[in-house]
Design a protein around this ligand. Sequence first.
Ligand code: UT7
Length: 331
Amino acid sequence: MDMGKKAKIIGTGSYLPENVMTNSDLEKLVDTSNEWIVSRTGIEERRIAKEGEYTSTMGVFASQAALADAGVLPSQIDFILVATLTPDYNFPSTACLIQHAIGAKQAAAVDIQAACTGYLYALSIAKAWVESGMYKNILVVAPDKLSSITNYKDRSTCVLFGDGASACIVSLEGKGLVIETVTLGADGEQALLLMMPGGGCRHPASAESVAMSQHTIHMAGNEVFKHAVRRMESASKECLASAGVDEKEIAWVVPHQANIRIIEAIAKRFEHLSPERVFKTVHKYGNTSASSVGIALDELLKTQKIHSNDKILLMAFGAGLTWGAAVLRYE
Ligand code: UT7
C-alpha cells in the first residue's frame, strides 16, 4: 500500500423519483401558499417516491449510476456503507438489501445514521478505511425516502422534504476527486430539536404512538435554522484551514440543500465567495436529507465544466445535531 496516497471519489450517481409534488399540490393538503414556501425556503417542488419505490430501491439506482461512472463492477466492491434515516426496515440494514440487489456478493455492508450529514460521515469513514488499506473500493450510498416519515398535516415541516438518493465510489486508484480533508462534529445536547419520537425502544409503535403522530419528523425549525448556519460555517472554515486551502481558491461550494435562506446566510459569511459559485438544487428537490449533498455534487459534475485542480467545498448539517464539511480537489 502507498502510505502517501489520498482516497478519491472515482464515480458519482444519483436518483430522483419521477413523481413531482409542487407547492400548489401542497396548498391542497395544508394551509400554506406557494408564495410562503418560495419566500421562506426557496423550494418550488420536490420528488416523491411512488408506491413500491423504497429507500433501498432508490439507493440501488444511484449505486448503479455511480458504479458505471467509476467503471467499477459490483464484484469489485468490498464494502457498502449506507447513510440513511429512513431505512426500509429497522433491521436488516438497507446496506444488506442494496448489496444483494446490485450483486456485490463479497462486500461487507452496514448502515450508519447521521441524518442529513450522513453523506459526509460516510465519506470520512470510507476515506479512512481506503487509506488504511483495509478496503479497496467502497460504495457509499445516501438514499432517503422522507415522504415515509413526513406528516402531511404539519405545514411547518411537510413543505420542506422530498425523496432521492445519491452514491459514490471511494478508492485509491482511478481518477476523480481527491478527498483532501473531512471535518465532522456533533452536539447531542440539542438532540431533541429535530427527531422522530416513535418507533425506537423508548416509544415502540402502538395505537397511541400513531395517534400522536410520533412516527413522523418533529422539528423546532427556528432553532435548527440558527444552528445550521453557525455549524456549517464553522465546519467549513475549519475544514479549509486544515486542508490549507484559502476560500479564494474554492471553485464550487456544494451545501446541504435544506433552505435557500440557510445557504445564502452561510455564503454571506465568506468574504470572497460569489453567489454563483454556490451550487443549488433545493428549488427542485427540497430537502432530501443524507442524499442532498451527493445529489448536488453529482449534478454539479455532470452539468458544469470542472477544471483540473478545482477545489470543491461540501458542507452539511442535520439531526443529532450533526454537521460536517469536506474539501475535494479535482484531479
Ligand atoms: O435538514 C436539516 C435541517 N433542517 C433545516 O435546516 C430546516 C431549518 N428551518 C427552516 O428552514 C425554517 O425554520 C422553516 C422553513 C422550517 C420555517 O421558516 P421560518 O422563517 O423559521 O418560519 P417560522 O417557523 O418562524 O414561522 C413563521 C410563520 C408562523 O406563523 P406566525 O406564528 O408568525 O403567525 C408559522 O405558523 O409562518 C407560519 N408557517 C407557515 N405559513 C404558511 C409555518 N409554516 C408555514 C407554511 N405555510 N408551510
